[in-house]
Design a protein around this ligand. Structure first.
Ligand code: GLC
Length: 661
């Protein structure tokens, strides 16, 4: 990125432009002042990103003018209640990093049918203790197959089957009033081929043809393909699709995902601007967190895999700064399921510290936890975490065990080699383990998108099914049931203590398992990610307060983690997260360092009890008496051997009892 800043002459003209627009559209002088202060603070960051990307583009002068117009127009439309919310968040900029944050992920239709149905279930979300609710794709998708809602036809309309804009505003206001922030998905990399821009492109409008990436013949697509991986090699091979009706004689459209999802052309500044307008519109509905879908793919460069290009960071930085001027209460979550070194970039490192996304999925932690459970070893997990660059500034992770997508074994060969593993073999082992093919496996997942060229086999399945509960119940094996519950408890205990916002995937709190009903729906049958997108089981939910039921045990387990986390301010994300070697290959160790004190997370990844020397705990900075925050009564110290004994799959959060957390 060039270190461009607004030049003095431009400052005068841009400030003058903002002043004129504010005078026309914003009646309240205090609101105008607030806007101006934010422009002074953030406009340079917006400008720098745009300058790096578009300074040579013919639309450059018009871009800045239109940007100013759209920012002021969006500010004029912002409701007073949200403007107050903005001020509150500016006063408390670490709101999303606090230990009180705990999220849940829900498909609206699967949770409660419609948005109005969700309003009826707010009590349930509150009972669980959530402070953040991610409502899965909500915007109007195309008809027919739509990749679970990720093929959006209209970004300004709520999916008609789920409700209306008015319902959404009512729900988000209610959630906020009950202490819960709202996250929704914005698919920024592509639109449905039925989106109005695509329809205009298909009707021959050259302006809109330039909103997408398309080619008259195969020469460039073939050149790009040499370095492009396939996201859905099974049901959507290749990255380009031929559309005979496009252009004069047909064109190849860039379609990274399904053929009906057309990649946008961000080399065109109007695309950046239009999408900004959509982000502002959604923020004005009351969205707190915008989950930017598939961000790594937004910029293409010949000879590369067309992911994580530096320009993507410019695009994000400019959006980020623009949003901070109009609606600072809204933050960005990056959906970047990429290698660790690339992943941390989205949280803003170096010069971009504090300028990109506030949160991003910790895909590596999720993958490595499952890897650790299968191998019963912590070394690859520890090594990979140690090799990840630290996050900077206020930015933090979304930690999770499962989400609506498959698990891809994003483990680098280099990290595997450092702990004596062969990367490809280990990844094959994990696929075999979690698909249940491996002898002795406890898991009941399914292979998603086998790629015969790379031998890559991703995995679908609910947490409970992957962790052994489905098989244990099928075999009516009480010991196996107990172990499966402990595995789920271990995974969630680690993500709750690790640092960041932990997310609970819908139904995990009740031990919900794989659901094969998707096979009856022709729009879903070829995509087994629906295996782990079951409809909420309200009969199970009704058992949640009964500790003699399975659902009740899991509910209690997760509810307890929530309570303890929320009572432990030292788990604020600003604390450091430092992985350590426990000198015990089966036990994961992570220290959380915070001015209020240290917490050492120890997680036994094996089905057997394991011992960790007290000297390891002392070296981690815990020298006094020990207290297990998670289960005070379950702290087993063998004084004679000077070791702590962890039960099978036990996770402890150790601290010194005198500390005031
Ligand atoms: C994201 C979504 C995934 C979808 C893809 C394409 O990765 O999580 O479900 O298939 O984007 O939009």
């Amino acid at each position: 990125m060039q270190k461009a800043t607004v030049q003095p002459s431009q400052t005068t003209s841009i400030a003058g432009l903002f002043d004129a627009l504010l005078a026309q559209q914003i009646a309240n002088p205090r609101d105008r002042d607030i806007f101006r202060v934010r422009v002074q603070r953030h406009f340079n960051d917006c400008f720098a990103g745009l300058d790096a990307l578009y300074a040579q583009h013919p639309a450059w002068p018009a871009l800045l003018e239109q940007l100013a117009e759209r920012l002021v127009a969006a500010y004029a439309q912002r409701r007073d209640v949200l403007k107050i919310h903005d001020l509150a968040r500016e006063i408390e900029p670490d709101w999303f990093a606090q230990a009180r944050m705990v999220g849940g992920i829900y498909y609206v239709d699967r949770l409660a049918g419609t948005l109005r149905g969700v309003i009826e279930q707010i009590d349930y979300l509150q009972d669980l203790g959530l402070t953040y609710v991610h409502l899965m794709p909500l915007l109007q998708p195309r008809c027919g197959p739509n990749d679970g809602g990720y093929a959006v036809q209209d970004y300004r309309a709520i999916n008609r089957e789920l409700g209306s804009i008015a319902d959404f505003i009512e729900l988000s206001d209610l959630l906020r009033a009950n202490g819960m922030s709202v996250c929704i998905d914005v698919v920024v990399n592509h639109t449905a081929k039925e989106h109005e821009w695509a329809l205009k492109a298909r009707a021959g409008d050259p302006t809109y043809l330039d909103y997408y990436l398309s080619f008259a013949d195969r020469s460039l697509p073939d050149a790009y393909e040499q370095h492009l991986p396939e996201v859905f090699p099974d049901f959507a091979p290749g990255n380009f699709t031929w559309y005979p009706e496009l252009g004069e004689h047909g064109r190849w459209v860039w379609t990274t995902f399904n053929e009906f999802q057309w990649d946008l052309n961000y080399a065109n500044p109007m695309v950046w601007l239009e999408m900004l307008d959509i982000l502002l519109h959604l923020a004005n509905l009351g969205v707190d967190v915008l989950r930017l879908d598939a961000v790594p793919f937004m910029w293409k460069r010949l000879g590369t895999n067309c992911q994580n290009q530096p320009e993507v960071l410019d695009l994000l930085q400019s959006w980020r700064a623009a949003m901070r001027i109009v609606c600072p209460a809204t933050i960005f979550k990056a959906e970047a399921i990429v290698a660790p070194d690339d992943l941390v970039q989205y949280l803003g490192l170096g010069q971009r510290t504090g300028k990109l996304c506030e949160i991003a999925y910790h895909n590596s932690l999720m993958v490595l936890l499952w890897s650790g459970l299968a191998s019963q070893r912590a070394d690859l997990l520890t090594q990979s975490l140690l090799n990840m660059p630290a996050t900077a500034g206020n930015a933090t992770w979304i930690t999770y065990v499962r989400c609506h997508d498959d698990i891809g074994w994003a483990i680098t060969d280099q990290n595997a080699a450092l702990v004596g593993e062969d990367g490809p073999l280990h990844r094959q082992f994990l696929s075999a383990w979690y698909s249940g093919e491996f002898a002795g496996s406890f898991a009941r997942g399914e292979v998603f998108q086998y790629n015969p060229i790379t031998n890559d086999r991703r995995i679908s399945g609910m947490t409970a099914s992957l962790a052994g509960l489905e098989q244990a119940l099928a075999n009516a094996d009480p010991t196996a049931i107990e172990l499966a519950i402990r595995r789920i408890g271990l995974l969630y205990a680690v993500i709750f203590g690790f640092g960041g916002i932990p997310l609970i995937y819908m139904g995990d709190e009740l031990g919900m398992r794989n659901d094969h009903s998707y096979l009856n729906d022709p729009c879903k049958a070829n995509d087994n990610r629906w295996l782990h997108r079951p409809a909420m089981n309200w009969a199970l939910a009704a058992q949640r307060h009964d500790p003699t039921t399975l659902a009740g045990r899991l509910w209690h387990l997760i509810r307890n983690l929530i309570t303890i986390r929320q009572q432990t301010p030292a788990l604020h994300s600003a604390g450091q997260t430092i992985p350590i070697w426990t000198q015990q290959r089966h036990v994961l160790g992570v220290i959380r360092v915070h001015p209020l004190g240290r917490i050492l997370i120890l997680g036994n990844l094996s089905a057997e009890p394991q011992r960790v020397a007290l000297s390891v705990i002392h070296e981690a900075g815990l020298v006094g008496n020990l207290h297990n925050l998670l289960e005070p009564a379950r702290l087993n110290i063998d004084v004679q051997s000077a070791e702590i004994v962890l039960d099978s799959y036990q996770c402890c959060w150790l601290c010194e009892p005198a500390k005031n957390f």
